[in-house]
Ligand binder design. Sequence first.
Ligand code: ACO
Length: 322
Amino acid sequence: MSYARIIGTGSALPDRVLTNADLERMVDTNDEWIRTRTGIERRHIVSENETTADLAETAARRALDAAGVRPEELDLIIVGTTTPDYIFPNLGTLVQDRIGANGCAAVSCEAACAGFLYALGIAEKFIRVGESERVLVIGAETLSRFTDYTDRSTCVLFGDGAGAVVLAPDEKHGILRTQLYADGKYRDLLYFPSGVSRGFNDLKSGKDFVKMQGNEVFRVAVREFIRAAKNIFAATGMSPDELDWFVPHQANLRIIEAVAKRVGIPMDKVVVTIQEHGNTSAASVPLALDVAVRDGRIKPGQTLLFEAFGGGFTWGSALLRY
Ligand code: ACO
């Protein structure tokens, strides 16, 4: 069986930037609180007419370019997102048509901030069993669309963006292992309060916003990130000393630092982009990956650990040789 190897990465960010200073003018907050409690300095926000599909398409095109793969070579597209353009057609099919990969399988995968990790875990199996040869995996979000910009406890956290990778079979190295987890008993700590079947609350007046008990999410996220990292090192027989880069979900710098310390990963081996992007949910890991690949930090052959955690709760990790 072959490994699934990442052969190209890409990302996209909206042009519009929302700084901490901008937020100071919108809610009772300040730059000092946001930076020290979260690590965030600015985030990118979509314009009125921009959608998740626009960001996903750009990230996809850049990843395909980097991989040297033509759209028509793709046999599967999976997009991790909780903020799709439509309930259906799914975001995968929108991207597929826009890039001209018509005919291949295309689907989206909804696991909140862990959406990209879940999509990667699924995609990797298709390659391992020989069913797919070229797979596009995307994480793309416009969380600003369901953020309450009068609620200082959530509006400072989120940003919009997309990241993408192209996977191909490789005999020698690639994704060594993915491990996915969920625990639905935590559903009330982080959720969006409505949907098609339950009904939307009050879309027109904009009262459907993300709900979060931040400090409880923080506590469980740190604990499960640490456990997931230890599990994946044990499962692969590797140790944190062998790691070149940790590419974590960018939700809070304090979560990242606590996890790195407890797992035994020095911070100079951690890719941190939260100051620029905020929490972009499913886009966070592939965005950070693309930044570090393009600025030359991450090089072929290096060992990487991805981790993400989000509503549900859903979380997961991937250990790979890039
Ligand atoms: N500016 C100033 N003060 C604020 C702000 C703000 N933006 N937000 C909250 N505060 C105040 C609170 O009102 C509180 O004041 P009080 O002590 O007078 O009551 C104080 O700051 C402390 O509030 P906490 O909520 O306890 O602050 P905490 O240190 O926990 O930080 C935060 C809050 C940043 C939300 C943190 O808990 C966190 O990052 N949690 C995890 C979020 C996360 O990981 N989400 C995961 C995924 S998101 C997804 O899946 C879509």
